[in-house]
Design a protein around this ligand. Structure first.
Ligand code: ADP
Ligand code: MG
Length: 264
């Protein structure tokens, strides 16, 4: 998967993004520029807007204001020239679904289909959304299972697997669409402590492969090890960002330092 094509794609540009729920501003003007292949870890207190930010990147949440584009293509909207200047018009559902195939998402609770086998979980989207032939999707799925260390589990059902194994299936499922960007929302928070590392190791392997990763995680040591950049979000704003040396150093924003002092 480390090809020129994967290394040169996955640029995410987030500009002035605002989002409220019931009058409460959850994202309060987010600006972030993420380069192709960059690994970004998002830290922040509970309720700071981390999940909402991830969900806007694949248009699971609509924006109130601002824009997100991936490799130059606006997410969820098209620009429309009008009498009073350009405005954004929401894309039709099928276009949103097409865009979503380019952004993989891995959730805290795995979200596998319980009635499908591991293999069926992985090939579902490639076959139904990308119209890949079943044989091709299956052989690719077996490669991905090997990559996440789960050879031999193709015929198992999710309930027969540990949480760590289920999460690795969820990662294989996300990779099956060859996404430009992979989003992880607290991928190890629901796992027993002894299963955390097997999932983090798979993510570390991906980090080296040139896929753009945006990871919400409270695993501070992991963040420090793999992040090109750490973003500290608080009350819907990017309070601080930089390489780990900045975030963990004396120049970090006082709110970053206060947060780290609580979690470290
Ligand atoms: P984090 O992931 O950092 O904990 P979230 O993005 O999940 O934060 O949530 C930020 C705030 O937005 C929280 O106060 C949460 O209750 C609120 N929120 C999130 N999603 C919704 C929703 N669909 N409807 C109403 N409020 C929401
Ligand atoms: Mg969250």
């Amino acid at each position: 998967m480390t090809t020129a094509a994967t290394a040169s794609r996955g640029r995410v540009s987030i500009e002035s993004v605002h989002k409220s729920f019931a009058g409460t501003e959850v994202l309060n003007g987010i600006d972030l520029q993420i380069g192709p292949g960059e690994v970004t870890v998002v830290l922040g207190p509970s309720g700071s807007g981390k999940s909402t930010l991830l969900r806007t990147i694949n248009h699971l949440e609509k924006l109130d204001r601002g824009s997100i584009d991936i490799d130059g293509e606006l997410v969820g909207y098209r620009r429309r020239a009008g009498k009073r200047g350009a405005s954004l018009q929401e894309l039709p559902e099928r276009e949103v679904l097409r865009q979503r195939t380019r952004v993989g998402m891995v959730f805290q609770n795995f979200n596998l289909f319980p009635h499908l086998t591991v293999l069926e979980n992985i090939i579902e989207a490639p076959v139904s959304a990308l119209r890949q032939p079943k044989a091709q999707a299956s052989s690719r799925a077996l490669e991905l299972l090997a990559r996440v260390g789960l050879q031999g589990k193709a015929g198992a059902y999710p309930r027969q697997l540990s949480g760590g194994q289920q999460q690795r299936v969820a990662i294989a499922r996300a990779l099956a669409l060859e996404p430009k960007v992979l989003l992880f929302d607290e991928p190890t928070s629901a796992l027993d402590p002894e299963l955390v590392n097997e999932v983090l190791d798979v993510i570390k392997d991906l980090a080296r492969s040139g896929t753009t990763l945006i990871i919400v995680s409270h695993e501070i040591g992991f963040a420090r090890e793999i992040a090109d950049r750490i973003v500290f979000l608080d009350q819907g704003q990017v309070v601080d960002q930089g390489p780990p040396a900045h975030i963990f150093g004396p120049q970090a924003h006082p709110r970053t330092r206060a947060f780290l002092a609580k979690v470290l």
